[in-house]
Design a protein around this ligand. Structure first.
Ligand code: SF4
Ligand code: MG
Length: 317
C-alpha cells in the first residue's frame, strides 16, 4: 500500500475546487498475511479514510494498493466485486448503525451470501447458523432483530456478517471503542481466536493505544494524514522515537514500571491544525516540543532507523 487520498474543497456558485483536504497524505505499508497491524492517532488524523481507501470504498487520489499481486487502486466496482468485495471486509464502531433494524439476523447475515451467490439457497440458513456459532452466539437467535442484542452481541453479529464471505483481510475501524472494557476484551479475544482459526489478516484502527497494543503485531502512528512512526509493537511501546508517539503514549495511564519510574506526561501545545491547510515542513512542528528551524521548512523522510522501525522526524536524520 502506498496511497494518498485527498477530498476536494469546493466553493462558490460554480463549485470550483479551491483546495484539498489531505485526509491521507502518504500511507506506506506492507502488510504480511496473518499479521495484525494497528493504526493509531487522534480523531481526524486520517486513519478511517485510510481504512476506507484500502478497502476501496474510496478511490485513492494517488498511489497503489497491491492486494494479492493485483493493483486494486482504480478497479471498477464490477471488477472489485469479483475479489476485493469478498476478500476484504470491514467492521465498524457501531454495529447497530450498520445493521438494518427491520431485518432478522437470518437476513442480515445471509445478505452477503445472496449478493455473491454463495452456497445453494437451501444451505444458506445452515451457513448462517454456523456463523452465529463461530462468533459465540446461539443459533436460535436467527429470527431475532438487532435491537434485542447488547452492544457486544451486536459486534459479534457484525463480525459474523464480515466472516460470511470468508475474507482474508478484515479492517476494524474503532470496532470495540463503544464497548465496556470487559466486553472489549471478549471481542478482542474472539477476533484473535478467529484470526488463528481462519488465518485472517487484520488492520485494527483505533484511537485507543491500550487496545491497539493488546491486539497488534505492528503499529503505525498517524498525524494529519501522514505516518509518523511504524514499528513492531514492543519497540513502539517501549521505545517510541517520534515526539508525537511519545506524547500520545505519555497520556496513557500505565501502572508504574518495575523501577518505579513513571513516564512524564507530555502535554502538546496548540490545536490540531486543519488537514486542508497543514503546516509546512514537518506537519507536527506547530505542536512538537523538540521542533527546530529545519522542521518548519523541510518535510522529514519516513525512513527505517532501526530494524523494521520507521520514523519521519529530523531528529533521526
Ligand atoms: Fe518534531 Fe521536527 Fe521531528 Fe517534526 S521533524 S517531529 S517538528 S523534531
Ligand atoms: Mg474515525
Amino acid at each position: 500500500i502506498d496511497v494518498k487520498k485527498y477530498f476536494p474543497i469546493k466553493a462558490g456558485l460554480l463549485q470550483k475546487q479551491v483546495g484539498n483536504v489531505k485526509a491521507v497524505d502518504g500511507l506506506t505499508l506492507k502488510i504480511k498475511k496473518g499479521e495484525t497491524i494497528g493504526i493509531v492517532g487522534e480523531s481526524g488524523c486520517g486513519k478511517s479514510t485510510a481504512g476506507r481507501t484500502i478497502i476501496r470504498l474510496y478511490e485513492p487520489t494517488e498511489g497503489k494498493i497491491i492486494f494479492k499481486g493485483t493493483d486494486i487502486s482504480h478497479l471498477s466496482e464490477n471488477n472489485l466485486r469479483k475479489t476485493v468485495r469478498k476478500d476484504i471486509q470491514m467492521i465498524f464502531q457501531d454495529p447497530f448503525a450498520t445493521l438494518n433494524p427491520r431485518k432478522t439476523l437470518r437476513s442480515i447475515i445471509k445478505e452477503p451470501l445472496n449478493t455473491h451467490n454463495l452456497y445453494s439457497k437451501k444451505d444458506r440458513d445452515e451457513k448462517v447458523k454456523e456463523l452465529l456459532d463461530t462468533v459465540g452466539l446461539n443459533s436460535s437467535f436467527i429470527n431475532r432483530y438487532p435491537h434485542e442484542f447488547s452492544g457486544g452481541q451486536r459486534q459479534r453479529i457484525g463480525i459474523a456478517r464480515a466472516l460470511a464471505l470468508k475474507p482474508e483481510l478484515i479492517i476494524a475501524d474503532e470496532a470495540v471503542s463503544a464497548l465496556d472494557v470487559s466486553i472489549q476484551a471478549q471481542i478482542i479475544n474472539l477476533m484473535q481466536d478467529l484470526q488463528s482459526e481462519f488465518g485472517l489478516t487484520y488492520i485494527f484502527i483505533s484511537h485507543d493505544l491500550s487496545v491497539v497494543r493488546h491486539i497488534s503485531d505492528r503499529v503505525a502512528v498517524m498525524y494529519l494524514g501522514k505516518m509518523m512512526e511504524l514499528a513492531p509493537k514492543t519497540d513502539l511501546y517501549t521505545e517510541p522515537l517520534h515526539p508525537y508517539t511519545q506524547a500520545l503514549l505519555s497520556a496513557v495511564p500505565t501502572p508504574r514500571s518495575r523501577n518505579g519510574v513513571k513516564r512524564e506526561r507530555i502535554v502538546l501545545k496548540g490545536e490540531l491544525p486543519s488537514p486542508s491547510n497543514p503546516p509546512t515542513g514537518c506537519v507536527f512542528h506547530t505542536r512538537c516540543p523538540a521542533a527546530t528551524e529545519i522542521c518548519k521548512q523541510v518535510i522529514p523522510q519516513f525512513k527505517e532507523v532501526n530494524k523494521e522501525h520507521f520514523v519521519a522526524c529530523h531528529l533521526y536524520e
